[in-house]
Write a protein of this length. Structure first.
Length: 327
């Protein structure tokens, strides 16, 4: 009698923010390609990022899961931390490449993750995002890095996160420019983050505007947008995971080589005099502290103090190349 082949069992684990979880879907896709007959389970800090993806047999959160240990006692656990990779930390390698290398699989050519929306999610967003054909809907996410699970931290000036938020006055100037130019602006933000005047808030499009939004419905609405103007945050990675491209991305404290996409308009504040632009600080994984608190930029985040006119001009080029916007 022929021996029965025991197929590989894999538990892939990912912690961290929503954008990181979206990027992790690219790694799981490579695991499935490498091990087509394996059983693959995922345990994630944002399990909604893995919902309905082909090739994943089961998804768990990090909350209490009855019998979790018993189920996974004989699983190989793959849980690398790509932010510790030397080439990533030296800004020489994309996080997906580092992750795949640490997981023992071949990196993909395209670094985007994968989001699969359901028919109901798509129809919901189509209804909520209706507008005249002549109107372009531009999504903006200009603040980020705050966990959905601790949204109140958005107002904490000592929250440990990398310098990628725009100053509120610059963000408001950009939205005002866009609104005056005739664009409809959809701001993607937590309810605890600054709300920009002249923009429709993503919370207004949710079933319950008073609750933290379901990320899948946020992505469904993002999928209906004509353009994205963003910092390095979850909207950027969701945009590409939805199969879209050509976002306008404002880079400051993080680096496009590590977290970006080559087919975007990747902008850098050339007026910034920082000697360590894209410093990737404060580095939460390595415990980047100063005294008894997180590292604070001595230039007060000058890398993110973009010219609003320059940013809006880049967006208008996408729709009307001959138009100019005054700074």
């Amino acid at each position: 009698m022929a021996k029965k082949t025991l197929e590989k069992k894999i538990l892939f684990r990912v912690s961290g923010g929503l954008g990181k979880n979206i990027l992790a879907t690219a790694v799981v896709k490579q695991l499935r390609a490498e091990f087509p007959n394996a059983t693959i389970h995922v345990q994630a800090s944002y399990p909604r990022a893995f919902t309905a993806l082909p090739g994943i047999d089961r998804v768990y959160g990090f909350q209490s899961n009855p019998d979790f240990r018993e189920i996974h006692q004989d699983y190989e656990i793959i849980a690398p931390e790509p932010y510790l990779d030397l080439e990533y930390r030296m800004k020489k390698r994309h996080v997906v490449d580092a992750w795949c290398d640490m997981a023992g699989v071949k990196p993909p050519v395209k670094k985007a993750g994968e989001i699969k929306l359901s028919y109901r999610e798509t129809e919901y967003a189509k209804q909520r995002c209706q507008r005249p054909e002549s109107k372009k809907l531009v999504a903006v996410q200009l603040f980020g890095g705050t966990s959905y699970y601790s949204a109140q931290d958005a107002g904490n000036p000592h929250q440990s996160k990398q310098y990628r938020d725009l100053p509120k006055d610059v963000a408001q100037e950009i939205v005002t420019h866009l609104a005056q130019a005739g664009y409809l602006v959809l701001q993607i933000a937590l309810p605890t983050e600054p709300q920009l005047q002249g923009a429709m808030q993503i919370m207004q499009l949710m079933p319950n505007p008073n609750e933290i939004p379901d990320p899948r419905l946020v992505w469904a609405c993002l999928d209906q947008c004509d353009a994205l103007l963003t910092i390095d945050t979850q909207a950027l990675h969701a945009w590409h995971a939805l199969g879209k491209s050509g976002a306008i991305v404002l880079w400051g404290g993080t680096h496009q080589n590590c977290l970006g996409y080559p087919d975007d308009v990747n902008m850098v504040n050339k007026e910034c005099k920082c000697s360590d632009l894209h410093c990737m600080r404060p580095d939460g994984v390595l415990g980047d502290v100063e005294g008894d608190g997180p590292w604070i930029c001595p230039l007060d985040g000058a890398c993110m103090k973009f010219s609003s006119g320059r940013v809006v001009e880049e967006l208008r080029k996408k729709f009307a190349p001959t138009e100019k916007v005054e700074s």
